[in-house]
Design a protein. Structure first.
Length: 332
């Protein structure tokens, strides 16, 4: 399958699938900048959307894979980018094509091109084939992944750290429609957020946040806002428009900000996203399970690999199949 979008080119820096039906992701897409979780000013929770997705789905195989990989990274490759705190991308359009399986966000219409917004970014490439069927592979596969080794037909993926621009008008229009339908009272702030990104500000950046309430953990979206900074962005945008009439501002959405004098409706027209923001609960046992797999790798790597080597030397297929890839399996 090929991508025919006139807004995506083979020589673009990297390619990302974004879930534009998710208003949080749609907000970031329209804003035009996506940040990795390790940028405190934009992501105070230091949590990635990918990590939340892993825990929410709660598949044991996925938790084991990501927990094991993170455990190996912490133990032997601590300077490399964490899979749990990065932006996932494809380095080439060919690899992005191969990643399009039509499920979830991995669809043609959700593919966008990105490029570094600042020079101080990091990019690491790995062969995703090593972890596609992680449970059925030997435990040493994690090392091959982090070492950057490749298979005969590699499916490369990128782990990115930094700030990245999102290219494309069509994808931003789709993102805008998602916000307009789901968070109609937030359009003024959405436009101000887009303008803030243009001027290099984190104003309006949304990131996930975990909040504990008794025995439950809730996912909330936190958004960066400072009234003084917002006013500065607004004034800078108007000044830029005066200097350059072609500078685009959605004045209709910003109309509430032009109302002279007290405006009792301003708060209602300038909110994100209202009182109906869903706060999905995460299962604490899944959070604990992910952490357990990481800790088990850190404690048992040497011991487990010693046992595997002994079994391989003994040549017992049945015994080998019982423990291949299970270094992080909990003890029974």
């Amino acid at each position: 399958m090929s991508f025919n979008s006139s807004e995506i080119y083979p020589d673009d820096f990297a390619f990302v699938y974004l879930d534009l039906d998710n208003p949080d992701i749609a907000w970031l897409t329209y804003r035009g900048i996506i940040n990795s979780p390790d940028i405190p000013s934009a992501n105070p929770g230091n949590i990635s959307w990918f990590l939340l997705d892993v825990v929410k789905r709660g598949l044991v195989s996925t938790l084991r894979r990501e927990g094991s990989l993170e455990g190996y990274r912490l133990k032997e490759f601590p300077t490399l980018i964490s899979r749990l705190k990065c932006i996932y991308a494809y380095p080439t359009l060919e690899m992005a094509n191969r990643g399009n399986d039509g499920r979830g966000k991995f669809r043609k219409e959700n593919l966008v091109a990105i490029a570094p917004a600042t020079p101080n970014y990091k990019m690491e490439s790995y062969d995703g084939n090593w972890i596609t069927n992680f449970d059925s592979l030997p435990v040493g596969t994690a090392r091959k992944y982090w070492r950057g080794e490749t298979t005969k037909s590699p499916h490369m993926e990128c782990l990115l750290s930094g700030r990245f621009m999102i290219y494309g008008t069509t994808v931003r229009r789709r993102a805008y429609e998602t916000i307009r339908m789901k968070w109609p009272n937030s359009l003024a702030f959405l436009e101000l957020s887009r303008l803030a990104a243009y001027f290099g500000s984190d104003l309006g950046s949304i990131s996930p946040w975990l909040r504990r309430d008794g025995e439950r953990v809730f996912v909330e979206g936190v958004i960066k806002y400072d009234e003084k900074e917002g006013l500065e962005v607004f004034r800078a945008a108007l000044e830029e428009r005066r200097r350059n009439p072609a500078f685009q501002i959605n004045l209709q959405d910003l109309k509430p900000l032009f109302t002279p004098g007290p405006n009792p409706e301003l708060d209602e027209k300038f909110c994100v996203p209202g009182d109906n923001l869903p706060k999905p609960a995460l299962r604490q046992d899944k959070l604990a399970e992910l952490n357990q797999f990481m800790e088990l790798v850190l404690r048992r790597t040497i011991e487990s690999e010693g046992r595997i080597n002994k079994l391989q030397q003994a040549g017992s297929p049945d015994e080998r199949s019982d423990i291949r890839g299970c270094v992080a399996a909990p003890e029974t």
